[in-house]
Design a binder for this molecule. Structure first.
Ligand code: FAD
Length: 363
């Protein structure tokens, strides 16, 4: 089958790599050079879809310290819960794998036309198209999808003191971020430091760097992150994936692991039902599996994010005290990708009281 893939970010490249073994793939990328925009932290679940080369894994993390003002909760497992990779090398590696099994074109796709049994991208024709062109997807725009709810992430690398090399630190003060700010240790002395914000990202990032007393750091990188729950990603002979489809966990801003899982589900379907390319067939056969395995989780991430966004610093202090009392259960059942696996299990009397007190914020 002739497949066009738009965007050679981590998910477009992953899709090209996955589909390229049995199909005729053309991978379009507008940029001349692959540049990563993410922190490169993934739950170990990613290893079910893609195993990055060992030499690009920089750290293995066992949990997190949640912080606000003078309160903190330490959630540390004995097991490795997440890996931290060199994100630039991770994206380049995926891209190089993709290029081995596809035709790469350095071309910006401006126009998509769904014509009968083919899809046209600029003046190229395909049997099927995968749109992985990121948060400001041109394909989405051409297909009439409304603009997504965009947050902005900024990040740098610096020498810095942290609590424990095996723990990520998350800060919830509103002066640093209206999402969260982070320190991700890379080795004994260096860490990735970043924030995600809806507004005033640069100001809040500079507040955070000042608070950490960081004067020298590497170049600041960053990008847009679609936050929300979006279901409109299936079209006639075309499926959007990753940021283009808004498939990002609204609690963490991470999109790569579940994005890879979405690609995997599509790959499995088209391997077994090669002719399931029409919107009708994809809605019948792809959407329900996606909803059950991924959509349900993304919806829950979004519900949790909506609730968290309504909390003030005082509420977060209470939440962190609660996390302290629940740390054993969070370690046992917590999962950064699949909230449905643990939400019910961490409910106790105090959590219920907290939710009751903040009941109106749930809606
Ligand atoms: C600061 C920050 C930290 C993050 N940290 C993490 C993390 O630790 N873990 C995690 O899982 N996620 C993280 N994310 C989210 C993650 O970066 C995205 O979910 C992921 O990059 C999505 O991949 P993608 O391939 O769908 O889109 P993108 O990475 O946005 O790639 C889209 C590609 O398409 C190309 N393109 C766009 N339009 C066109 C066009 N018209 N024609 C041709 N090419 C086009 C772009 O140039 C780009 O290369 C982070 C995001 C930010 C901003």
């Amino acid at each position: 089958m002739k497949i066009g893939i738009v965007g050679a970010g981590p998910l477009g490249s992953f899709a090209a790599w996955k589909f390229g073994k049995n199909n005729d793939i053309t991978l379009f990328e507008q940029k001349k050079k692959i540049t990563s925009k993410h922190s490169g932290i993934f739950s170990t679940d990613i290893l079910n879809y893609y195993k990055p080369p060992k030499n690009i894994i920089l750290n293995k993390v066992k949990g997190a310290v949640l912080k606000i003002n003078n309160k903190e909760a330490i959630i540390k497992d004995k097991k490795i819960r997440a890996i931290v990779v060199n994100s630039q090398k991770f994206d380049e590696n995926l891209f190089n794998e993709a290029k081995k099994v596809s035709l790469y074109k350095n071309e910006k796709i401006e126009k998509v036309d769904l014509i009968g049994k083919s899809v046209r991208l600029n003046n190229h024709s395909f049997d099927f198209v995968i749109g992985a062109d990121g948060p400001f997807s041109k394909l989405s725009e051409n297909l009439g999808i409304r603009q997504k709810n965009i947050f902005y992430g900024l990040e740098t690398i610096a020498d810095c003191n942290f609590f424990d090399k095996k723990l990520v630190e998350l800060y919830f003060e509103k002066k640093f971020s209206d999402f969260f700010a982070w320190i991700i240790p890379l080795n004994d002395s260096e860490a990735k430091i970043g924030v995600i914000c809806k507004t005033h990202a640069q100001k809040k990032f500079s507040n955070f760097l000042k608070f950490l007393q960081i004067k020298k750091h590497r170049k600041i990188i960053g990008g847009a992150i679609p936050i929300g729950f979006y279901e409109n990603f299936i079209f006639e002979r075309l499926v959007l994936i990753g940021d283009a489809a808004g498939q990002v966990k609204s609690t963490t801003g991470g999109g790569i692991t579940l994005g890879m899982k979405s690609v995997n589900l599509l790959f499995k379907l088209l391997k077994n039902q090669q002719y399931c390319l029409s919107k009708k067939c994809l809605v019948k056969n792809y959407y329900p599996v996606w909803k059950k395995e991924i959509g349900k989780e993304l919806w829950l991430h979004w519900r949790i994010r909506k609730f968290l966004n309504k909390l003030n610093d005082r509420d977060y202090e209470e939440l962190i005290e609660l996390a302290n009392t629940l740390s054993k259960r969070i370690i046992k059942f917590g999962d950064m990708d699949y909230p449905s696996k643990f939400l019910i299990k961490v409910l106790d009397l105090n959590t219920c009281l907290f939710l009751l007190k903040n009941f109106w914020k749930l809606f």
